[in-house]
Design a protein around this ligand. Structure first.
Ligand SMILES: Nc1nc2c(ncn2[C@@H]2O[C@H](COP(=O)(O)OP(=O)(O)OP(=O)(O)O)[C@@H](O)[C@H]2O)c(=O)[nH]1
Length: 479
């Protein structure tokens, strides 16, 4: 039975469908400090394309601790969707192979004016990559330009990276995972304890459990299945909260196991091109920085492409990550053609012998046709260099958007060959069950999860660890 057909707890309680609820009606589990999204707490089961009010706010979301931390100054606020006017200039110079289709590559996008002739900047990364050899002539071409960010943009970028670095603590992943999932696990665990302490298991208790699971965003179908698993053969018997947690953990692990797939860099692809896509503020740039560090630690030569050409702050943010991780960043001036930048970066990475190229893209709402067209164009253009590229396309999802993540997967998959998910900000929500709902609906690989802003708060996704952490069980114990 599908989510649409099944009345679920809303139906049973109120005799109507979930989407008709007003936000105020569902706040059974209040969030102490919802840091990221106005949608959190909105049981958006419809997940239609028209549902755009739940997309996360941009990077300018103020920190609960320091309201000025992520503030975007007036001069760049909204620049991602309204690029600053640039003087009209000629197209990005492309050196597409002559046997390519005659289509000019890339076509200029009227909405994204090309910058004036980009000033050349001496490359400073080649020596870091090669140990000081002279770069090939083509790599001295003026692709990396001297971006002069407004001070506040630079400060913003530094803050982001600094915050990530400062957030790094000498503690293991399990500790970071349980800390990051604390909000979900506490809410769920408290509810389980309240429901199953000194109570026999009956239909009402199971319905209440199902409600709790739905509120944690597991999705109606999964919540029903999990509640049924708890009830199986146990009616009118006592069951301890720990037993319930174990059963839930088993069910969650079963649902997530097939999607817990690590990203595999194919060494035959040089570079292995990873495109990152997602809505504004989902955590794309931060994730790229964290991934760069991981790939580097594996001994791979990494390059970054600042494909979010809409915002100077985004370009600068990536450059700062590049500096911190000692990884070269290919960038152009704000307002440059993103597809052109991606094409050039791919060429340069190939010529430089890079193993991995991570391409950042501008955040875009999944229902904005023009921006989604631009994404399609990026893919189209880099395929002129390699028909199989991008070799991986990571959709970065902010866990705090709740059920809206489902429509993001649907619509981004139409514009780009989404091959896997990265779910960030699981630490910012009591609704970490969304990952299970996504797995049940799409079966897309989940490569990484982010549970904090720290540079190490991104880890390959492991189903059992996640299942145990989110249900408040200790690690390793077998169920
Ligand atoms: N708490 C928490 N914050 C995160 C996590 N991942 C990223 N962030 C924060 O989310 C904010 C937005 O991250 P960005 O990397 O700038 O997001 P983006 O998708 O590149 O944003 P746009 O450039 O607007 O599209 C930053 O403040 C990050 O530090 C996470 O796992 N947990």
């Amino acid at each position: 039975m599908s989510d649409d057909e099944k009345p679920g707890w809303f139906g049973r309680l109120f005799g109507r469908k979930a989407p008709e609820l007003k936000p105020s009606e569902e706040s059974v589990l209040p969030e102490p400090t919802s840091p990221a999204s106005e949608s959190e707490g909105v049981p958006d089961f419809a997940t239609g394309a028209e549902d755009v009010s739940h997309v996360p706010p941009p990077v300018s979301e103020p920190s609960p601790d320091d309201p000025n931390k992520n503030r975007i100054p007036d001069e760049i606020e909204g620049a991602d969707l309204q690029p600053e006017p640039q003087p009209p200039v000629e197209d990005v110079a492309f050196d597409a192979p002559s046997d390519e289709a005659p289509e000019p590559v890339p076509e200029p996008e009227p909405a994204i004016p090309e910058p004036a002739a980009a000033p050349t900047e001496k490359r400073n990364w080649w020596s870091r990559v090669t140990g000081g050899e002279t770069p090939p002539a083509e790599l001295t071409a003026p692709a990396e330009v001297d971006i002069q960010p407004v001070d506040s943009a630079a400060a913003l970028a530094s803050d982001a990276v600094q915050g990530a670095v400062e957030g790094t603590e000498k503690r293991g992943w399990w500790s970071r995972l349980t800390g990051g999932l604390m909000r979900t696990s506490t809410a769920l665990s408290d509810r389980v304890t309240g429901l199953f302490t000194k109570r026999k298991l009956d239909a009402t208790t199971l319905e209440d459990l199902e409600d709790a699971l739905i509120q944690a965003d597991f999705g109606v179908e999964t919540a029903t299945r999990m509640a049924e698993a708890v009830g199986k053969g146990r009616y009118e018997k006592g069951i301890s909260p720990d037993e319930v947690r174990s059963i839930l953990a088993t069910e969650i692990e079963r649902a997530l196991d097939p999607v817990a797939v690590p990203i595999t860099v194919d060494p035959a692809k040089k570079p292995y091109v990873i495109l990152t896509v997602g809505v504004n503020g989902a955590g794309k740039t931060t994730t790229i920085g964290k991934l760069a560090l991981k790939f580097k630690a594996e001994g791979r030569r990494v390059m970054l492409a600042a494909g979010d050409t809409f915002r100077a702050a985004a370009i600068e943010q990536l450059r700062v990550w590049g500096e911190r991780t000692d990884v070269p960043v290919i960038s152009r001036a704000q307002g440059s053609d993103a597809a052109g930048l991606a094409f050039d970066a791919f060429k340069e990475a190939r010529e430089a012998g890079a193993d991995v190229l991570l391409i950042d893209t501008a955040g875009r709402l999944q229902n904005k046709a023009g921006l989604m067209d631009e994404l399609e164009k990026i893919v189209r253009v880099i395929r002129k260099l390699d028909a199989e590229a991008p070799h991986a396309t990571l959709l970065v999802l902010d866990a705090t958007v709740g059920q809206n993540a489902l429509s993001q997967v649907e619509l981004f998959s139409q514009a780009a060959p989404v091959s896997g998910l990265v779910m960030t900000k699981l630490d910012g929500t009591a609704r970490g069950g969304i990952l299970v709902a996504l797995a049940a609906k799409f079966g897309l690989p989940v490569h990484f999860i982010g549970v904090g802003e720290g540079i190490e708060d991104l880890e390959p996704f492991a189903a059992r660890d996640f299942a145990r952490a989110i249900t408040g069980l200790p690690r390793e114990e077998r169920v």
